[in-house]
Design a protein around this ligand. Structure first.
Ligand SMILES: C[S@@+](CC[C@H](N)C(=O)[O-])C[C@H]1O[C@@H](n2cnc3c(N)ncnc32)[C@H](O)[C@@H]1O
Length: 300
């Protein structure tokens, strides 16, 4: 990895799925995210790339796609996803870095990136990579953490917080966790070759007291209704965007699927332990059903 590579928020050996979702009292957030995803995703398609798939919390929601490629920087997160979803033709597990995606241009007709942009120190570079893997007209559903949320605005007004929620610069509230301004995210999407089709605001009622006192079903129903205001204003902690890839991207040789993240070659040949790159001779291993584009065996 070069010295200028943005730092990565490493989830290796993290119990994120259990701690944050299963034991963290976040059923409300999970349910309203499912609603937003269902509203924004096409009902069917050929091949979807899930960027930052983690333990596969959302993967079963991509029902109409023939194949789902789960991409994550962490082997242990993908291991958990594999335990949840199983092996088989429909799912492909790939360890890789969003800043250097190991895929040929234009091979996906849809992509999602949920709760992952907020770890990007260089969001523009990450979005450029995602765009390059998408065909023209492909749908991209992205979620981001919104710095211009009501809680942050109130804290700023009452001088409980120094940073201005209306400023367009990212705010790094803990190392490698960023909240972004909606206008900044829209600008990055447009600059990287996306049209914005629809915005949904999500998690309007993310307050522990409210979550404790209100029946879950009611809270989810109210949030589902309020989500539709997302095109007019964005004041929730989480925002979902449906964008579409526009314009022609780079062209790959017929039938290419992989692209070597180290040298850019499209010639990756299947060998008994994985894929050998004809360009740089690196071998990217396939181990326990998971392709590893992080730690190559050097070629000879
Ligand atoms: C907060 S988790 C979200 C997981 C899942 N999308 C969800 O919503 O449950 C963020 C995920 O992004 C992955 N990630 C962070 N930086 C990455 C990078 N540079 N390339 C690929 N994945 C990355 C982490 O390994 C982690 O699994």
């Amino acid at each position: 990895m070069s010295e200028t590579h943005p730092p990565i928020c490493d989830y290796e050996h993290s119990d994120y799925q259990k701690r944050f979702w299963e034991r963290g009292g976040r059923e409300y957030e999970d349910r309203v995210e499912a609603v937003a995803l269902q509203r924004l995703l096409p009902t069917d398609g050929e091949r979807l790339l899930e960027v930052g798939a983690g333990a596969g919390r959302n993967t079963l929601r991509y029902v109409g796609f023939r194949q789902v490629v789960l991409l994550d920087y962490s082997r242990t997160q993908l291991g958990q996803a594999q335990a949840r979803l199983g092996s088989g033709e429909r799912y492909l597990y790939v360890i890789g870095d969003v800043y250097q995606l190991p895929f040929a241009p234009g091979i996906f007709d849809a992509s999602t990136m949920i709760r992952t942009l907020h770890h990007m120190a260089d969001p523009l570079a990450a979005l450029q990579q995602v765009r390059s893997t998408l065909s023209s007209g492909a749908v991209f559903v992205i979620e981001y953490a919104n710095k211009q949320n009501l809680k942050a605005i109130a804290r700023w007004i009452f001088r409980r917080q120094e940073w201005n929620p209306f400023g367009q610069e990212p705010i790094e509230y803990v190392p490698l966790n960023f909240n972004f301004h909606p206008a900044a995210v829209r600008g990055w999407l447009e600059a990287t070759g996306f049209d914005i089709i629809r915005q949904l605001t999500v998690s309007h009622f993310r307050l522990n007291l409210l979550k404790r006192l209100t029946p879950l079903k009611l809270l989810v129903a109210l949030d589902s209704l309020a989500q539709w205001s997302g095109n007019w204003w964005q004041l929730t902690p989480s925002v979902f965007v449906r964008a579409e890839a526009v314009g022609d991207g780079e062209h790959a040789p017929e039938g290419a699927f992989w692209r070597c993240p180290a040298c850019g070659s499209f010639e990756l040949k299947t060998v008994d332990i994985g894929l050998r790159c004809a360009g740089c001779q690196r071998v990217w291993q396939l181990k326990d059903g998971i392709y590893d584009f992080k730690e190559p065996l050097e070629g000879n």
